[in-house]
Design a protein around this ligand. Structure first.
Ligand code: SF4
Length: 353
């Protein structure tokens, strides 16, 4: 896959991030049996920022809270507590009508464009719709902009009168992206946006997203379970486990020196293009399933699957501590200095599993 990132982002020195997520919690109520209801904390007090023009990858297994986080940022799901601000404006405090206006700044692209595109609408009508909603522009007046959008995502003007079923999966995702950029947003949340595509189409869509990021000065929250894809598009990565951030940092540091055993296990599953290196590498298999989020384990939530777990891990929640090379990790091995967990020791972890 082509490397797309080009620059050191000024955003990281920016006084105010574009998106500021603080202590975000999302809790659902689960029915258990006929009478009882139990709370399920899908997102458990996470904080992170996204700078102007920055792409942050949000990774973790299914059920880690990635998609819930994305939806809570846009308030497609109401957060239980915590705050989200966009460009200094508190999204969490907005009234419904303020939120409707703010939505033009925050768009989302989903995994399955077929279900997010109205099958009864032509592509032209689909792309004109956000212009009508947010700018009050009629379909006829929007025609020029619709054609421009189609061409910007690599489709042709004659596609304007076609319906979603007439396109391939990659083309439908291009239409979904065109609709997202139609109203000049600042943030696009891509939720597994290339996961359903084959590798070559994935690469084309990522190239497109990267070009649009530069042209439109966009920021992305790129949600994916595929760490190989995330590496190629993201500047920073945030690793979620059971609704909590276990590690975050610049992509270069996290992918070369993962500091959390969970991150390292996820990375060990990413194929390496060099067949010799691939053969010499061991896959870290995590045993067991992610615990039930309605009754998370005490202490470090990863301790039930971590081969390094110590007594303290079963009792005390690890604090987030800075990591050499940037970012932070929540692991007692790092905070106590008990054992360095980078490089050689993680190779040992590989051997022991
Ligand atoms: Fe493993 Fe303990 Fe670190 Fe959790 S805090 S990841 S259980 S070593």
């Amino acid at each position: 896959m082509t490397e797309h990132k080009t620059e050191d982002l000024a955003s990281q020195n920016s006084p105010r991030p574009l998106v500021d997520v603080r202590d975000l919690k999302v809790e659902f109520t689960l029915r258990k049996g006929l009478l009882s209801r139990v709370p399920l904390r899908a997102v458990d007090g996470i904080s992170f920022q996204i700078g102007d023009g920055e792409t942050v990858g949000l990774v973790g297994e299914s059920g880690s809270g990635k998609s819930t986080t994305g939806r809570a940022i846009l308030r497609l799901i109401e957060p239980t507590s915590g705050s989200v601000s966009l460009d200094g404006h508190s999204v969490t405090d907005m009234s419904r009508s303020e939120l409707r206006k703010a939505r033009r700044q925050m768009q989302m692209v989903f995994q399955d464009p077929y279900s997010s595109l109205d099958p009864s609408m032509t592509v032209g009508d689909t792309l004109a719709e956000p212009l009508k909603i947010h700018d009050g522009i009629s379909r006829r007046a929007a025609q020029g902009r619709v054609i421009e959008l189609l061409e910007q995502v690599g489709l042709a003007r004659h596609h304007v009168d076609r319906y979603p079923y007439e396109f391939s999966g990659g083309q439908r995702q291009r239409i979904a992206i065109a609709r997202a950029i139609a109203v000049n947003p600042k943030l696009i949340i891509c939720d597994e946006a290339v996961s359903a595509l084959d590798v070559s189409t994935q690469n084309q869509v990522i190239t497109l997203l990267e070009r649009l990021r530069e042209e439109y000065k966009l920021s992305y929250l790129f949600i994916s379970h595929d760490l190989g894809v995330v590496r190629h598009i993201s500047h920073r990565v945030v690793v979620l486990y059971l609704g909590r951030i276990v590690e975050e940092g610049p992509v270069e540091r996290v992918y070369s020196q993962a500091a959390h055993p969970y991150t390292e296990a996820l990375l060990s599953a990413v194929p390496i293009p060099d067949p010799e290196l691939q053969r010499s590498r061991s896959r870290i298999l995590l045993h067991g399933d992610m615990p039930d989020p309605s009754s998370p384990p005490p202490g470090c939530v990863f301790h039930t699957r971590c081969p390094y777990a110590m007594e303290i891990c079963r009792q005390v929640v690890p604090e987030s501590t800075p990591v050499d090379g940037g970012g932070s990790v929540a692991c007692h091995l790092q905070s106590s200095g008990t054992q360095p967990l980078q490089g050689a020791s993680l190779a040992h972890l590989t051997a022991t599993l």
